[in-house]
Every structure is written in structure tokens, then in C-alpha cells.
Design a protein around this ligand. Structure first.
Ligand code: SAM
Length: 241
């Protein structure tokens, strides 16, 4: 008798494997929008709208919604008159989008787009999931036009160690509660604090952006810095590695 592999990603190598990601997000997909609004205390859409405003998305722009999931950024950009393309590793997430027009199955680290295709790239809660954020950033640099903009929304490791511990602990409890209630599996959403624990602080992210050919232009902090938006401009020069 064969058993299907578990969607629970506990080992670091699973958290960064394409198959592990797809397995987990395929199971989460039907509940994804509910859980995102709940975990963000209903503030998720206001953060996304702010980022779209800060990037100056306007009619005629061509935008990539990367790690698009159910496509919130695609919808917000279309409402501004831009053309949005959604790309994600997990087809099941895009299937649960009410209105993704052009879903593309793609890994952020190897994008199937030509150099200089987009005016802007938006990523919601994706960077933390990429096995190598630097590799993804260099790939995003490649598909952006010179002067193109990158906007990201994600959890970041709080710099304050006490707040970091409290927040990670809180996310474990909250994740276990909703995992048990919605999926009968307490560990499914504790993936979030696990992935955050090995992610970057905001200042490390700023340094990485610089190394990968971007100039950080601004940011916004929420939940005492545990959640942040950043916007950056693509430098003309190609990053070295
Ligand atoms: C937490 S969801 C975010 C969905 C959406 N962007 C939002 O803001 O709500 C993370 C998404 O990243 C996708 N993802 C994870 N690793 C990826 C990769 N290497 N390339 C592209 N998408 C990836 C997952 O499939 C999932 O849909």
C-alpha cells in the first residue's frame, strides 16, 4: 500500500525543495486566502495596496506578480490599468485564484521570460520561500527593464531578540491552532515561523538587494518590524555573480 508524501515540511532540505513546496501549497491552497487574512489580522490587503501605490503602478505598465499564489497583486495592478502576469511554482495555488488571467508555472530562480520584459515585479510572501533569494533577485534583475521596480512584502526576522523570540513563539502557537482546526495537522502552518527563523533581517535584505543590482528606495514596517514592505529600483549594471 502506498501512502502519499506528507505536506508537512519539517526538514530544511524539504522547505527548499520544489516538490516539498508544491506539496505543501497544494494542500493549503483552498484555505490560503482565509489563513492569510487571519494571520495578518485583516491587514494583508492594506499592505499590498500600499506597496502597489509606492511602486507607482499605472496604465501601460507590464507587471510580474511573482510567487503569485492566488494573485492578489495581479488583481490590484490590473485595477490600476497595468497588465499583470502571475507566475508561481504551485499550479494549485493559481487554480484557486478568482481572476488570474495569465498564470505561468515557474520557479523564481529560473524565470521563463526574456531580458527586460517587465516594468515592475511584485512578490508577496515569496522571497522567504526561495531556496536562494540572491539567485532569485538576480533573475528578477534580468527580467526587469533598466530602471524597473521591485516591491516585496514579507515577514522579516525582528532585530530585537526579545521581540524575535516572542513573535516566533506566537506564530508557532497560532500556526498549530489553525493547522489542527483546518487540516487536522498542527505542523502545516508552523512552516511559517520555521522558514522565518532561517530568513533575513530587513537590514540584511537591504544589503542583499544592493549586491544583486538594486537600489533600495523605501520601506514600511508593520507589527514592530516582523512584517515589512520594501521597494527598490533596478540598477543599470548587471550584478557580478
Ligand atoms: C505564501 S504564498 C504567497 C502568495 C501570494 N503572493 C500572496 O501574496 O498572498 C507563497 C507562494 O510562493 C510560491 N513559491 C514558493 N517557492 C517558489 C519558487 N521558487 N518560485 C516560484 N514560486 C514559489 C508558492 O507556491 C506559493 O504560492
Amino acid at each position: 500500500m502506498s501512502t502519499s508524501p506528507s505536506p508537512v515540511l519539517t526538514k530544511p532540505e524539504e522547505q527548499h525543495s520544489v516538490k516539498g513546496m508544491q506539496r505543501m501549497f497544494s494542500v493549503i491552497a483552498p484555505r490560503y486566502d482565509f489563513i492569510t487574512r487571519t494571520f495578518s489580522f485583516g491587514m494583508d490587503m492594506s499592505w499590498k495596496k500600499r506597496l502597489v501605490r509606492e511602486l507607482g503602478i499605472q496604465p501601460g505598465m507590464r507587471v510580474l506578480d511573482l510567487a503569485c499564489g492566488t494573485g492578489d497583486f495581479s488583481r490590484l495592478c490590473r485595477e490600476k490599468g497595468a497588465t499583470a502576469v502571475g507566475a508561481d511554482l504551485t499550479i494549485d495555488m493559481m487554480r484557486h485564484s478568482p481572476d488570474l488571467r495569465t498564470p505561468v508555472g515557474a520557479d523564481a530562480q529560473v524565470l521563463p521570460f526574456r531580458d527586460g520584459t517587465f516594468d515592475a515585479v511584485l512578490i508577496g510572501y515569496g522571497m522567504r520561500n526561495f531556496p536562494d533569494p540572491g539567485k532569485a533577485l538576480r533573475e528578477i534583475h534580468r527580467v526587469l527593464k533598466p530602471g524597473g521596480k521591485l516591491g516585496t512584502l514579507d515577514f522579516f526576522l525582528p532585530e530585537n531578540i526579545l521581540w524575535r523570540k516572542l513573535f516566533l513563539g506566537y506564530m508557532h502557537v497560532q500556526g498549530a491552532f489553525w493547522g489542527l482546526l483546518l487540516h487536522g495537522e498542527p505542523r502545516i502552518y508552523t512552516y511559517i515561523p520555521r522558514s522565518l527563523a532561517s530568513f533575513l533581517t530587513s537590514s540584511n535584505y537591504g544589503t542583499l538587494l544592493g549586491k544583486c543590482g538594486f537600489k533600495l528606495a523605501g520601506g514600511g514596517r508593520f507589527i514592530l518590524g516582523a512584517m515589512q514592505i520594501h521597494w527598490a529600483v533596478r540598477n543599470a549594471a548587471t550584478p557580478k555573480t
